[in-house]
Design a binder for this molecule. Structure first.
Ligand code: ZN
Ligand code: ZN
Length: 368
């Protein structure tokens, strides 16, 4: 399949059908979808302003004139209606015409003020139900098209890092390295970086979400590189840690511990396992080495149209993994004076077991 292939109309039909089944189960006759990423998931429309509505037999997307052509070209399985008077006003008119008494809205995406606007534009008889999270729930299970895109984004990400590693040496600036990684992602056909590339060296690596700074890499430092390409709207997420020079025993042990914990998390990412138990696998592994206190975040998160989506792989998370889930496994250890070690892969949960979608090597990791 060529890079970033377009999804077919059948895919959107299947997703919309899936949504209708859920709505029926929840006895919700109508859902108004206002989150751009969810609109994209259900219709293929990639604009930033558009509101879609789904009910048993009809599906509509309203856009303002800036997006009419784009919506007609991209949107599948929905009637495209141009409106010049405001998207929510158009929704309200539709509800009035259909005499709709009951509808759901995405409370996870609409601010209170936005919802009030929607309510104001709707017939007074419409009862609104907060129904956020329905589509996020559907999005946890990726279809084969989505898996393909994430796999390509992941392999591309791994290739880019592998190509850049020979140029990593003392004196190189973190920000230059980040720019190089992102440039190569684009050159290889990615839409861009799925998030701001992190390059954090030395003590800066102890900040789990440090960005790339103007700092130069030095010999005797750990360097965390956290990167991911985005392709056809789908993200990958990968972290590798390198060391500049010949590490002492302490650093070698830390690295080994994190790689082992990460492998255990990947191995645990199987059908029917609770998200919290994948987190537990990484945590137990680090605990055996007395390092659990230095692991200060959760083990991973879902990846798809967003870099961080459901499920969260954290303590006590009850969601059971199903075939088609794509999650990260990314334990990390952060030591104030020394820096950080984190290793992360994007992993597909499948009937054949876990598949690493970001297959960059974890060794050799020392650059001499
Ligand atoms: Zn990451
Ligand atoms: Zn991540």
């Amino acid at each position: 399949m060529p890079m970033g292939t377009k999804p077919t109309a059948e895919l959107f039909a299947a997703r919309q059908q899936h949504l209708r089944t859920v709505l029926e189960k929840r006895r919700l006759p109508i859902l108004v979808v206002s989150s751009p990423v969810n609109v994209f998931y259900l219709t293929g429309f990639h604009g930033t302003a558009g509101v879609a509505l789904f009910e048993r037999s009809e599906a509509v997307i309203w856009v303002d004139p800036r997006y009419t052509l784009q919506a007609r070209e991209q949107a599948r399985g929905v009637e495209v209606i141009e409106t010049r008077t405001g998207l929510f006003k158009a929704v309200g008119r539709w509800l009035k015409k259909k005499r709709a008494g009951f509808a759901g809205y995405e409370d996870s995406h609409l601010s209170c003020a936005e919802f009030k606007g929607l309510e104001r534009e709707s017939p007074r008889s419409t009862r609104w139900q907060a129904a956020g999270g329905i589509i996020e729930e559907l999005r946890m299970v990726k279809d084969s098209y989505e898996i393909d895109q994430i796999r390509q984004a992941g392999h591309l990400t791994a290739e880019v890092l592998t190509e850049v590693i020979p140029g990593i040496k003392p004196g190189v600036r973190e920000s230059d390295l980040a720019a190089e990684l992102e440039y190569r992602m684009r050159r290889k056909g990615a839409d861009g970086a799925a998030f701001e590339t992190i390059v954090a060296s030395g003590a800066r690596g102890a900040l789990p979400h440090a960005r790339a700074s103007g700092k130069q890499l030095s010999a005797g430092e750990l360097v965390i590189l956290d990167l991911g390409a985005i392709l056809a709207g789908y993200a990958a997420d990968m972290t590798r840690t390198l060391y500049l020079g010949r590490p002492g025993l302490r650093v070698r042990n830390l690295y080994k511990a994190v790689v082992e914990a990460q492998q255990e998390a990947v191995e645990a990412a199987r059908l029917g396992v609770r998200a919290g138990d994948v987190d537990g696998a990484a945590r137990r592994s680090l605990k055996r080495r007395g390092l659990a206190d230095h692991f200060t975040h959760s083990t991973g998160h879902g990846v798809g149209l967003q870099v961080h989506e459901r499920p969260r792989l954290g303590r006590n998370e009850k969601t059971r993994l199903r075939a088609g889930f794509v999650v990260t496994a990314e334990p990390g250890i952060y030591v104030e004076d020394l820096g950080g070690v984190r290793v992360e892969d994007t992993v597909l949960v499948s009937t054949h077991g876990p598949e690493i979608l970001t297959p960059a090597a974890k060794a050799p990791w020392c650059i001499e």
